[in-house]
Design a protein around this ligand. Structure first.
Ligand code: PAF
Length: 287
């Protein structure tokens, strides 16, 4: 696996692979890779002949008080993980390479509506930063397909909408969340948790499961379920940012009769913001 740092080298390597008739897959990441990322690369390798991954901690998607500076940078370990998972080329650009004229004058890509609410409410500008960097990376790599984790559910919805709206000829594939044995969704930010917080953290997934089970049993009072779920998070020592039941495709607040639902949560454990979600299809009996 080669690592390149410039757009020029990236384009040359991808052009060589294309010249050999290869189908190109792309997995964008911010590094500090775990088995969830490895699953994205494995999926990419199953669907294409040449897998490109990127590692770029994108300043444009971090708010002023967020963890940009302390976001873990672990390039050597990441390279090994990517190689093991079947990646052929790593693009690891500098901020200067990605934003040569600075970020203030950078053209932005914004996906209204889907970017509002949920994580967009407490992270203003976040999804604009994500959509902008992902469209830049897509233009640099020009892949046939790209793989994203379903853990960042709203991000995946924003990217699907961007690709559709801007007619980008790229197939977007969502890969199910990888969880620890106790249910905690794998995330680079789990590394911020103290051992004690780590034992508490699975309450996030348990809360989602409890709401999903109640909905599956035919419970229709969304508000009561959400209030109970928030109370459970607070009782465990977390500070819920949001806990909501939404329509799984358009992310509008769920209404009675919706069958494809997603329950989404963000909650602080100490200073660490954990997010998770659970998709749920209600059959005719329960909807
Ligand atoms: O999900 C992430 O790691 C990032 O938001 C992404 C998609 C790599 C864009 O910076």
């Amino acid at each position: 696996m080669n690592t390149v740092k410039t757009v020029r080298e990236l384009r040359a390597a991808v052009a060589r692979a294309r010249g050999e008739g290869k189908r190109i897959a792309f997995v964008p990441t911010m590094g500090n890779l775990h088995s969830g990322h490895a699953a994205l690369v494995t999926k990419a390798a199953q669907r294409a002949d040449f897998v490109v991954a990127s590692i770029f901690v994108n300043p444009l998607q971090f708010g002023a008080n967020e963890d940009l500076d302390k976001y873990p940078r672990t390039l050597a370990a990441d390279q090994q993980r990517l190689l093991d998972a079947g990646c052929h080329l790593l693009f690891a650009p500098t901020v200067q390479e990605m934003y040569p004229d600075g970020m203030a004058v950078q053209t932005r890509v914004s996906v209204p509506q889907l970017s509002e609410g949920l994580c967009g409410a407490s992270r203003p500008g976040h999804f604009e930063g994500v959509a902008t960097v992902v469209s830049k990376l897509f233009n640099m790599v020009q892949p046939d397909l790209a793989v994203f984790g379903e853990k960042d559910y709203q991000q995946l919805a924003v990217i699907r909408a961007m690709v559709r709206d801007l007619n980008m000829p790229i197939q977007i594939i969502g890969e199910p969340t990888v969880r620890a044995e106790d249910g905690l969704a794998l995330s680079s930010r789990n590394g911020y948790l103290t051992p004690e917080q780590r034992t508490t953290a699975p309450v996030v997934y348990r809360t989602l499961r409890q709401i999903a089970d109640a909905l599956g049993r035919g419970q229709v009072d969304f508000d009561a379920l959400i209030e109970q779920g928030k109370a459970d998070l607070v009782a465990a020592g977390l500070r819920p940012d949001y806990l909501e039941v939404r329509h799984a495709v358009n992310l509008r607040p769920a209404t009675f009769g919706d069958r494809d639902l997603v329950i989404l949560v963000a909650a602080y454990l100490g200073n660490t913001r954990l997010i998770d979600n659970l998709y749920l299809h209600l059959d005719e009996k329960t909807a």
